[in-house]
Design a protein. Sequence first.
Lengths: 363, 365
Amino acid sequence: MIALEKRPQPSQAWTWATPVLAVLLTMLVGGLMFAALGTPPVEAIRTIFWDPLFNPQFASYSRPQLLVKAGPLILIAIGLSLGFRAGIWNIGAEGQYIMGAVCGAAVGLAFYPAESVLIFPLMVVAGALGGWAWAMIPGLLKVKFGTNEILVSLMLVYVAESVLASVSSGLLKNPDGMGFPGSRNLKQYPSGANPELIAGTGMHWGVVAAFIVVILAYVLLTRHVLGFHIKLSGAAPRAARFAGVNPARMILFCLGTAGALAGMAGLFEVSGPAGQITIDFNSGYGFTAIIVAFLGRLHPVGILLAGLLMALTYIGGELAQLMLGLPGAAIQLFQGMLLFFLLATDVLTNYRVRLSNKAKGTV
Amino acid sequence: MKRRTLLASAALAASLGTAAFAQDPTKACFVYVGPIGDGGWTYQHHQGALALKEEYGDAVEIAWQESVPEGADSERVLTQMALSGCDIIFTTSFGYMDPTNAVAAQFPDIKFEHATGYKREHPNVSTYNARFYEGRAVVGHIAGKMTQTNKIGYIASFPIPEVIMGINSYFLHAQKANPDVELVVTWAYTWFDPAKEADAARAMLDQGVDVITAHTDSTAPLAEIAKEGGSAWGFGQASDMAAFMTNDDGTPGPRVASIIDEWAPYYIKRVGQLMDGTYEQIDSWAGMPEGEVVIGEMTDAIPADVQAEAQAMIDAITAGEYHPFTGPINRQDGSVWLAEGEVADDGTLLGMDFYIEGITGEIPN
């Protein structure tokens, strides 16, 4: 008989071991799935995890791309993790990401074709404000009317997508674009561009911002009273109230921070790797960041690593499709397994597995 | 003696070289915006890719990647394809336009072919598209003849010239067949989202629309029309969607004809040119005469005389005798667009941002 026994304290060791175990289980079961699809499993796993980093043909290109892909994931996931720790469930980072990109790009395009070093910083501020404002909607509704922030923030993603479609075929449409949807390309507008800072590294301002935010979040959570209050609100809401934490202010702070960071991620993406506002500009970073936040145990350093790992599965997954002809859906399934196994193995953190025999039990 | 060995070894090296060249297949790579099983747009591009492989056998190798998001991700995918040894890369969605040009700049020896775009910023970038409006004209005629409620529908994706052109062509020919016909346009704001497409179809059916054509990629609108049990009809879009010709119970299905995008002739032509050295940068806009726009089999739900008329129109367009946009045609506001006998020029069509007379409602922006 296998019995689960609740641990008095979540196990520190398992907290860090379960993500590794989840990755290993994903490789194992994913490998079986690839085998069932007729692809040699070892080769598939190697293509996903090894080739982007070390294959001589691709590595010099795909290694920097890891940072490009991980940057926005980390930036968004850090913001989400603060709320998740406090028990505030912002599921709508995708919408905040879109609105940040739209607002930031709008500011940049408003100045086109003027050149000034002030334009890009202004765009970053506008991006952060756009994301922040979008997150304030579920925040204020929750504080004032007690609505559920999960539903409201999620639904606002669809509203943001409609706004995106509307501005890319209307307000922000490239006047020289022959009537086709999509804004001007910010990459071709020096003052509004977020270029690669050092050639061949993939490092752009968004990646820099992600690293800074990781450090700030670490300091906030370990050294600052606000960080303590965030953790307390999540672990023991009543106790937090007695400790003088204002729940409304906590909700607005967590949603606002997450929104602003997601908005900045959107701006860095639209002015850098993506280049332009288009109808399908968003590609799911806001949702993937939720996985990254949990995979990283809501810990800033963990999120940094999880973001890089997730980016690796994306880039390696693309390579596996191209080189081995694996279907795109198999790669998505593989990524989904990662979260599934993480949640499944989480049980080990909170419970101890006891192998007991029946005889003993009846005594 | 020495010289002879030198020559012999040079000849050997040369023959080895050509042998290696002959064995080295041309690699054609495809980037798809949807899954290859979407049953529409991407499926049809993939059929073209498979036909290409079939045509040239071992001389051509194909690789593809599906569901590639437009924007930054596509730029990475394209670069990885270029690094992996592709000789020619087909990017099959409008949103890949800027990434295609950006990557093409870095790989001048690789050919890039972008579907439905207009930017050719580098000598190694070509663009290709098909004259889908020719197909819309034919199904428009069928729709005008078949509607019982005099209300026909169009599920539009985005307000871009390509779609507006299709709406105008569809309505123009429906109206010629049936002067009382009224057009309902529903904007789905997506290329591929079965749920939204089905909703759009349902909303129109509930308004009394009984013939619907779609400018989106999935089969969901046909599945929705099928629920009407034979009182409403639709068309296959991008792909034949022949599965909807008959219902499971053997009764006639909702699909009465289809507009098929046939990319195979183009892919075979271009890769062939690349192999025999006659490849040049082009901007291709072919249609029925070249076999790139094809009307799928018409079912018996369409009356025989209407089938004959539709076939006559297909033949005329294929022979180059009829252009679907031939005047007199007025703009929505009543002003003259094309005078009697005047034919629309490609430039106006490619930038089309107005409805023709008789369509109610406005183009959203």
